[in-house]
Design a binder for this molecule. Structure first.
Ligand code: ZN
Length: 513
């Protein structure tokens, strides 16, 4: 097997490469919202994206027939070098290799490894069309969609306590990955949402334009893929299952592409026809059907039943001061504070229970955290509109960020704890430390305690359109005293709006293995 380093595109090399092609005029961007940095809920660090991607690459290359043709790979590498030079944000060690399979497919792993099936190289009608797919894949890497999807999948298995930064000994990166589908082709980080696709199209089109290809080729490529899918659906099954096409995707690409233009200078790497010819002479791998497994990983569901027995919250309060100066909140003197990044969990002895899978569970207490959106904008809208539940039922007018964030948090909590439901009509407007907020109640029978559980979510807006939230959790039998304690705590919350971080970064990092 070829080593990764053979096709590694170091950031410095990529930049030097750009100089060879001369300065590229900056196109004018008219009213196109292009997301250039990741902002969703993510348990992983940028460095962990790179490590996960490299571990996955080993697994993927065991599962797929690699083409191992240095001329083809060199050509592909030259294309992605030009794109990488234009990629915003963290510099990832991008690599690209051709897969000897006739299916039309391409994919990228977190942190940089990219793959394109020969079927896609053959299907493209010119270099710009091929580059458009690679630009789209690279954009998934830049926007960290892979590890965002894996993080959301894990939240759904590990539960609410992750929100409070309570990380068990079991939460090593490889255990998280194993829990959500492993490192191979079935990994959670190879499946994107419709919102991810739109974001990758938009940033990809921009990368193309800046690198000197006509972004309209992305639209013609997409139209061609759809026509091809009509003729032979099996050829594109994998591509469209990992890249679900939103309904108006092609139209959006066209609009975007025409607004981007090409900055006047179109340049190709050159040699596309030669590469296609060369592929014609390479035998298709005998095992053309790559082994995509459909099994998913598992998280051990704890079978033990936990009984919550904690002393009543002290009526005398201590002050918790966030180490970043973000907020202060008073809490019962007989509770403890566990801070992790933006987040703090406040709980009495016995309120946090470590289950046999190593995951700590907050069953009695409160979590205070900064809101990082769990879903991209379009997903937030489409999923809330598809569900009958939402505390913010008025769909006739656009919601503000506070409604949007609160709704997103409620849905995320319910997804992570399927036994919870939001109490109809429980959403109330609140004023919290002088700013607008909401409270929403949730309840349900906890599988861990076997008892009814009550959860209250408070949200409060921040000047930068972010949110600070407080979640109070207790068995229903203690809900009276805990909710009273919680509303008293809410009256002591003081937020330093200036210290509220602009970044919606992670609340914690899983420890390394
Ligand atoms: Zn995609």
């Amino acid at each position: 097997m070829t080593t990764n380093s053979a096709f590694r595109v170091a950031a410095t090399m990529a930049l030097a490469g750009a100089a060879v092609f001369g300065p590229i005029a900056q196109p004018v961007y008219a009213q196109v919202a292009i997301k250039r940095s990741p902002s969703g809920f993510n348990l992983f660090s940028v460095q962990q994206d790179v490590e996960l991607g490299q571990q996955s690459a080993v697994e993927v290359e065991r599962q797929l027939p690699m083409l191992n043709d240095s001329r083809v790979n060199t050509y592909l590498t030259r294309i992605i070098s030009r794109l990488a030079a234009q990629a915003p944000g963290a510099k990832y060690p991008y690599t690209i290799k051709a897969v000897n399979a006739t299916e039309i497919n391409a994919f990228a792993l977190p942190g940089g490894p990219m793959y394109v099936h020969r079927g896609l190289v053959t299907a493209a009608r010119n270099e710009a069309e091929l580059a458009s797919v690679l630009a789209h894949e690279m954009s998934h890497v830049v926007l960290r969609h892979g590890t965002e999807q894996a993080s959301k999948a894990y939240l759904g298995k590990a539960g609410l306590s992750l929100l409070g930064g309570l990380v068990g000994k079991g939460n090593t990166t490889s255990q998280i990955v194993t829990a959500v589908g492993g490192f191979g082709l079935n990994a959670a980080f190879l499946k994107f949402s419709r919102g991810d696709e739109l974001e990758a199209d938009a940033l990809g089109a921009e990368l193309m334009a800046k690198a000197g290809w006509d972004p309209m080729a992305m639209a013609t490529m997409f139209a061609m893929l759809r026509a091809e899918q009509g003729r032979d659906p099996s050829k594109l099954e994998k591509f469209f299952s990992s890249h679900p096409p939103p309904a108006d995707r092609e139209a959006r690409i066209r609009t975007l592409a025409s607004s981007l233009g090409t900055g006047g200078s179109q340049q190709v790497v050159g040699g596309f026809a030669t590469v296609q010819q060369r592929l014609g002479g390479v035998a298709v791998a005998p095992s053309t059907q790559p082994q995509y497994s459909t099994s998913t990983g598992t998280v051990a569901i704890p079978t033990e039943t936990v009984t919550i027995n904690v002393p009543a919250p002290s009526t005398s309060f201590s002050r918790f001061t966030h180490s970043g100066g973000f907020f202060t909140i008073d809490f019962p003197r007989n509770w403890r504070a566990y801070q992790s990044g933006f987040a703090v969990s406040l709980a009495p002895e016995g309120g946090v229970v470590e289950l046999s899978n190593g995951q700590p569970n907050l069953l009695y207490g409160a979590i205070v955290n900064h809101y990082a959106p769990f879903e991209g904008e379009s997903d937030r809208w489409s999923s809330s509109l598809q569900r009958s539940y939402t505390p913010f039922e008025d769909r006739t007018r656009p919601r503000g960020f506070l409604e949007d964030a609160t709704d997103d948090l409620v849905r995320t909590m319910i997804r992570a704890n399927s036994y919870l439901t939001a109490t109809t009509g429980s959403a109330r407007s609140e004023v919290i430390d002088g700013a607008a907020g909401y409270s929403v109640l949730m309840n349900g029978r906890s599988p861990v305690t076997g008892e009814d559980e009550r959860v209250t979510l408070y949200t409060r807006g921040l000047p930068d359109n972010h949110v600070i939230y407080v979640v109070c959790i207790s068995p229903a039998r203690d809900a009276g005293v805990v909710e009273q304690t919680c509303s008293r705590m809410m009256r002591t919350l003081q937020v330093n709006d200036a210290a509220a971080h602009r970044s919606t970064g992670n609340t914690f990092r899983p420890p390394h293995d």
